[in-house]
Design a binder for this molecule. Structure first.
Ligand code: ZN
Ligand code: ZN
Length: 269
């Protein structure tokens, strides 16, 4: 019974986000969209839908369990000095946003730098079409790594579960926005806030994912000189190496070590 309820919730959530993003991607479609097609009918959409249902129905619970266990160990020990723990809530929230952006930035660079992390993160970069539903194209272990890094500062600073859940939800919705295939530019705000334009360049085939690592705010990219914001849009997405696109193989392939890939680190930035 609970499985049916979960399935109904997943379908309802998909309907809700599609109601927002399909019109956006239709009326503000970016140049690289397949011409003449309704946005969600593009090639590979069914595959991405499997990623969506896999994540919502199965892997989100696995991530919650894994992080719940990990954070329980952290909560019971006191890592930080009392002066930091007693900061007022608004200051703690600012600190959490900055720290999680910092961790996400360097964690993401590591995903592109080290073979063992890239093997799992690569799944996200196999999308040949980047849009709101392609945001769900992730390997579950890559997802645990990212969610862990982004929530670690909030747990360390002792924020309550509701606030942490609020952060995770907001970041999740923001991820849908920056992946959406829309030509909405944020103007001068693009030095403060991430945008679809910036993140689409992270998925660009020729850039190999070595620019615009940040998600919420590009400040870390500006600070560490990986900010890339040309006026034109990317021509094609994906990665140069051959991969098996089907969901089943995308789940399985990263688990099988490939000696040459493991020992080799990706091209240096
Ligand atoms: Zn992405
Ligand atoms: Zn990446």
């Amino acid at each position: 019974m609970w499985l049916l309820e979960l399935l109904a919730q997943a379908v309802l959530f998909l309907a809700a986000i599609s109601l927002v993003f399909i019109p956006l991607e239709y009326f503000w479609r970016a140049d690289t969209a397949e011409t003449g097609r309704i946005p969600w009918l593009r090639r590979g959409w069914l595959n991405d839908l499997l990623f969506y249902f896999g994540q919502i129905l199965v892997f989100n619970s696995v991530t919650l369990l894994a992080l719940g266990f990990l954070f329980q160990q952290i909560e019971t020990s006191s890592f930080l000095p009392a002066t930091i723990m007693q900061l007022p809530l608004p200051l703690k929230i600012v600190l959490v946003i900055l720290l999680s952006d910092f961790l996400i930035y360097w964690g993401h660079r590591a995903q592109h730098r080290f073979g063992i992390l890239w093997r799992f993160h690569r799944v996200h970069h196999t999308a040949l079409h980047v849009d709101y539903i392609a945001a769900y194209r992730e390997h579950p272990l890559d997802n645990i790594y990212t969610r862990g890094l982004e929530t670690l500062p909030a747990v360390l600073l002792g924020l309550d579960l509701n606030t942490i859940a609020g952060f995770v939800t907001f970041r999740g919705l923001w991820a849908l926005f920056i992946h959406s295939n829309v030509n909405i530019r944020l103007g001068f705000l693009e030095v403060l806030l991430g945008s679809p334009h910036l993140h689409h360049w992270h998925h660009d085939l020729s850039r190999r994912g070595l620019v615009n690592y940040a998600n919420l705010s590009p400040l870390m990219d500006i600070l560490f000189r990986t900010y890339y914001n040309p006026p034109e849009r990317p021509h094609s997405y994906g990665i140069p190496e051959p991969v098996r696109q089907a969901w089943f193989w995308q789940m399985l392939d990263p688990l099988i070590p490939n000696a040459s890939e493991d020992s080799a680190t990706r091209s240096k930035k």
